[in-house]
Ligand binder design. Structure first.
Ligand SMILES: Nc1nc(=O)c2c([nH]1)NC[C@@H]1CN(c3ccc(C(=O)N[C@@H](CCC(=O)O)C(=O)O)cc3)C=[N+]21
Length: 284
């Protein structure tokens, strides 16, 4: 059976390290979450981020806007948080209700407070390798692979799903100098995904298609990472990775407790880094 890539355990360790770092430095980072409407999955993710903040010593402001909030209302909240000197960083939870332009919201956030790392300036810096705030979910995938000592340099990584939240920035991250993976980025509509995935050392699915990657699509011993999640009729979380993959892969993510908890850890890492830079700047 494959090694299970346990993101929960890694994330718990990172939270401990972050709590120690916050306590030792005497900084008091402040972040804000903005949730529009009442999508249950979004409510659950945001609630977990607040729990993590309490554990680490980050102050977290919980901003809720009603489902009927207009695009102008959301942009006004973003402008207010950009200007609020007490807030180190914030993000607006996606998906937004229909009628909103998520890219416009991401671009309206002050790039220096963009703890999601999804502002065009931060994505541009990711591509050019010039600092900036890195995107959380791609960083979470990297942390998971590194945490398990999975080699990346010269390895063939196939990513399924080219969305702006995960697939596209992840392709840029893993192909960056110093990481040096050879990356193939596939649209989930590609007619014969298996032609590509069978030659991969690492397969990463970020498509949001239940059980998209099956055992017959992978090489024996490959590493398989599921990022996309959907919800079954019973409300249970379903991974992009089929259950039979565990019998053939060398390492595989479980449906729960893999990339998600690490994504939260990377978000909070971004907040702490911003607060630390502010403190260093003030004392310099
Ligand atoms: N602006 C923005 N930034 C995001 O980073 C962002 C977003 N919008 N919208 C949605 C996706 C999804 N996402 C998750 C984060 C944590 C878990 C997570 O903690 N999952 C746990 C628990 C899941 C549960 O049971 O509720 C697990 O996988 O075990 C999942 C998904 C962040 N995203």
């Amino acid at each position: 059976m494959a090694v299970l890539l346990d993101g929960d355990a890694l994330a718990a360790r990172l939270r401990q390290e972050m709590a120690a770092r916050v306590a030792a430095s005497g900084i008091r980072p402040v972040m804000a979450t903005v949730l529009v409407g009442t999508d249950p999955a979004s409510e659950s993710y945001v609630a977990r981020k607040h729990q993590d903040c309490a554990e680490i010593g980050i102050e977290a402001l919980n901003i809720r806007l009603p489902e009927q909030a207009t695009p102008a209302d959301v942009l006004a909240e973003v402008a207010r948080l950009n200007a609020d000197l007490d807030v180190d960083g914030f993000f607006v939870q996606f998906p937004l209700p229909p009628g909103h332009d998520e890219q416009a919201v991401a671009a309206a956030i002050d790039p220096a407070k963009d703890i999601d790392g999804l502002h065009p300036e931060n994505l541009g810096r990711l591509i050019t390798g010039r600092g900036g705030i890195p995107p959380c979910t791609p960083m979470a995938v990297l942390a998971l692979l590194r945490g398990y000592g999975i080699a990346l340099a010269g390895q063939h990584v196939v990513i399924i799903g080219r969305g702006l939240l995960v697939g596209r920035p992840l392709a840029m991250l893993l192909s960056a100098p110093g990481i040096d993976a050879s990356v193939t980025l596939l649209h989930s509509k590609t007619p014969d995904l298996a032609t590509f995935t069978r030659s991969a050392d690492i397969v990463i699915a970020a498509a949001g298609h239940p059980a998209l990657v099956t055992a017959e699509m992978i090489r024996v011993g490959a590493t398989v990472v599921g990022v996309g999640i959907t919800y079954g009729d019973d409300g249970a979380m379903v991974s992009d990775i089929a259950a039979d993959v565990a019998g053939k892969a060398g390492a595989v993510t479980p449906p729960h407790g893999s990339v998600g908890p690490l994504t939260r850890a990377m978000l909070l890492q971004n907040v702490i880094n911003i607060a630390q830079q502010q403190a260093d700047h003030v004392s310099a």
